[in-house]
Design a protein around this ligand. Structure first.
Ligand code: PXL
Length: 269
């Protein structure tokens, strides 16, 4: 059984963070392991508190997983502080030095949540660049791409430029997610990998139930990479899954509700 590891924050509402990642790994037939970096207090209506864990505690959790349950792919989500990010970078360096880790790293550069406190502090943004240097894939949304690339990102042309710039930080591939693009009817994502662009488009689904979409999308890609699927195909299938998961959201909560993590799209699994 392939194993995947998520290193991310907890969402007690179950729609985002490690909870979304684990459900998605499971949906793709991958055994999920999870290292917690921070704990949020939130539901579909509000996010009222973020508590980051001690960096050494995060490193110890990673060590425990690597030692006994070596993953075929790793994903990071909300990381909170520069100290936590540096501890993760060091853990990966140690693990690859001892040949315990030679698997793709997917970095979802979560910096802001749509509502409530930041999920990463100011120094974390700089530390994130070091982590990106180790990434097989980085999956920013438009705001995150703009922040990382240092340019405005409002069009698909900007998305391409941002992807190139983020790749220049050392990432092997970059997927800029255009779900928040204001132009056009489609949700367009652009992958820069192996020296070429691939564009993925799907009809935009009008719904307020999109909480955890970014987490779920990158977790699906991570699961497929753990199963040995090549990156362009992994993104294609993950996007089909995320479209189905949004289209069939269970309608839970009084606010921005979660997706359907058990969505059944035969073409994606
Ligand atoms: O989707 C970004 C995100 C990541 N991780 C956690 C979150 C959120 C958004 O709410 O709560 C824990």
């Amino acid at each position: 059984v392939p194993v995947a590891l998520t290193i991310a924050g907890s969402d007690p509402g179950g729609g985002a963070g490690i909870q979304a990642d684990l459900k998605t790994f499971h949906r793709f037939g991958v055994y999920g392991t999870a290292v917690v970096t921070l704990i949020t207090v939130q539901n579909t209506v509000r996010m009222s508190r973020v508590e980051t864990l001690d960096a050494a505690l995060v490193a110890e959790q990673i060590g425990a997983v690597f030692e006994d349950l070596p993953p075929q792919a790793v994903k990071t989500g909300a990381l909170g502080t520069a100290a936590i990010i540096d501890a993760i970078v060091d853990s990966f360096a140690d693990a690859s030095a001892t040949r315990r880790l030679a698997c793709p790293l997917v970095v979802d550069p979560v910096m802001l949540s749509s509502h409530g406190p930041a999920l990463a502090d100011a120094s974390a943004a700089a530390a994130l660049q070091r982590l990106i240097g180790q990434a097989a894939l980085v999956t920013p949304n438009l705001a995150e791409a703009a922040r990382l690339a240092g340019i405005e990102v409002a069009t698909t042309q900007d998305m391409r430029e941002a992807a190139r710039r983020i790749a220049a930080l050392g990432a092997r591939a970059v997927l800029v997610k255009g779900g928040h693009l204001s132009q056009g009817q489609d949700a367009i994502d652009i992958l820069w990998s192996g020296g070429r662009f691939t564009e993925y488009a799907s009809p935009r689904i009008l719904t307020r139930h999109t909480h955890g979409t970014g987490c779920t999308y990158s977790a699906a890609i991570t699961a497929l990479l753990a199963r040995g699927v090549a990156i362009e195909e992994a993104v294609r299938r993950a996007k089909r899954f995320i479209d189905a998961a949004i289209a069939t959201s269970p309608g839970l909560g009084r606010g921005a509700g979660p997706l359907n993590h058990w969505a059944d799209d035969a073409g994606s699994l």
